[in-house]
Design a protein around this ligand. Sequence first.
Ligand SMILES: *Cc1c(COP(=O)(O)O)cnc(C)c1O
Ligand SMILES: [Zn+2]
Length: 373
Amino acid sequence: MCINYICTECGKKYDPKTLVFRCDCGGLFNLEKPDLKFSNEDILNNEWSLFRYIKTLPFNNDFDLWKDITMGEGLTPIVPLEKKNPNLLVKVDYSMPTLSFKDRGAAVLIAKAKELGVNKVIQDSSGNAGTSIAAYASRAGIECDIYVPEGTSSKKIKQISSHGANVHIVKGTREDTASAALNAVENGEGFYASHVYNPFFYEGTKTYAYEIYEQLGGEMPQAVVIPVGNGTLLLGCYYGFKELFNLGLIEKIPKIIAVQAEDCAPIYKAFNEGKQSVNEVTNAGTLAEGIAIAKPMRGKQILEAVRATKGEIITAPENKIIETRKYLAEKGFYVEPTTAATFAGFFNYYNENNHKLTGKILLPLCGAGLKKD
Ligand SMILES: *Cc1c(COP(=O)(O)O)cnc(C)c1O
Ligand SMILES: [Zn+2]
């Protein structure tokens, strides 16, 4: 399969074998892939992980290194949140090897890194993406350096270092952490396994959409609600929907309702001001650390994706996050605050717009409660 990196700014193409992480012009990469051929018969019915959709993933037909790397990630349950509303569905995406949805992206990205012959990866994260990359890198026998901002949950840091990764705690903002990792990459210290820069990560998160399609028997929800910081789940899900639509497997792309934290909402702001790109804001200290991204690098793409689905961007009220976390626990789901924020934002919106939402609505449970005190 001929796959290229293609610059989102100037269109220049690169072979992934070059291991570059962004264009000479500074632009981020998308993937350019051959036209996808896929039907229900191509699902590997005996493979109980997201690699059952291997035909849609960016690997050659004879590629089987993923078999040594998968830990059964994906195929997470879809169930109603509560009996009284059978149309309000949750996808239990913290049922993953490292307890967050980031395993979708990490499994595919690390399999690709292995194929490219990489022996060391570098990554920066507010916690969960770092944990996923550390776990999969270790399983694949790849050395790993993870950069996290100071203030990252000590449990997440322990989880990362338990996989043998070198953890670098960086003073300052999330953006300072990203700069530190970038410096290391530019000094030639390793392959940038970034969930923000590396488009192979999104090939993994797109399986979220394929699973919805398969598990709901092709009857797609009217809307999916997705937390958004850097947009790894949102963009992946959108790419998946678009592929399913282009393949003629679904008739309509579900509306994407994206949720940002009230105290750190740059994409929400740009969306509502009708802008095409996102300006940096200051994180006023949101409890939703997993979506506290003041300067989202793929902001422009996120705006385009949400608008293309006629979706919306809403915010989660900070003062509702803790009580929503309790509410979800009452329903049996113990989640981290960022996940509670997604629901807090949605409930707020739903109560005001009840009449507009009639079909199925699906929300993800992205991160497990044990990750955070
Ligand atoms: C990563 C993460 C998010 C947000 O994902 P983005 O890629 O930043 O949009 C939301 N919730 C949890 C639990 C996460 O780990
Ligand atoms: Zn470019």
